[in-house]
Write a new protein. Structure first.
Length: 133
């Protein structure tokens, strides 16, 4: 946002308000259903991955391929998992299979495609906050 500052806690635990500038953001990779950018604020770099995953109508193989491609690009760009934020629409049902990545808050029976997204989340150490109570 050009008008709403971000509140950022820096590694030294100090808190600051920042307005990221265009030059603070670098596109790393993208496609029709995903975009990953690096953002550097006050010398700290983190990454935002926005996805619009295919739904189950695209077929299981397409879902596997989508998540495998995303994982390969993250590894190719050497993105530290601890600095990665995932936003977007996973387009799958999750919750009946619980892990550190997916909780059981209002679960749905995990779909076959959901297993692909769940595997990705576990591999990179991410979690879906809305699935935990």
């Amino acid at each position: 946002s050009k008008v709403c500052p971000w509140i950022v806690t820096l590694p030294d635990m100090s808190v600051t308000e920042v307005l990221p500038a265009f030059d603070d953001v670098t596109k790393l990779f993208g496609g029709p259903r995903h975009l990953c950018v690096g953002v550097e604020i006050c010398g700290v770099c983190f990454y935002i991955l926005n996805v619009h995953a295919p739904d189950s109508n695209h077929g299981f193989e397409a879902l596997q391929s989508f998540w495998n491609e995303i994982l390969a690009m993250i590894k190719h760009h050497k993105i530290p998992y601890s600095r990665l934020f995932l936003v977007g629409d996973l387009n799958q049902k999750l919750g009946s299979v619980v892990s550190p990545s997916v909780g059981n808050h209002f679960p749905s029976p995990q779909s076959r495609g959901g297993s692909c997204a769940h595997k990705f989340l576990k591999e990179v150490g991410l979690f879906l906050p809305a699935t935990f109570s």
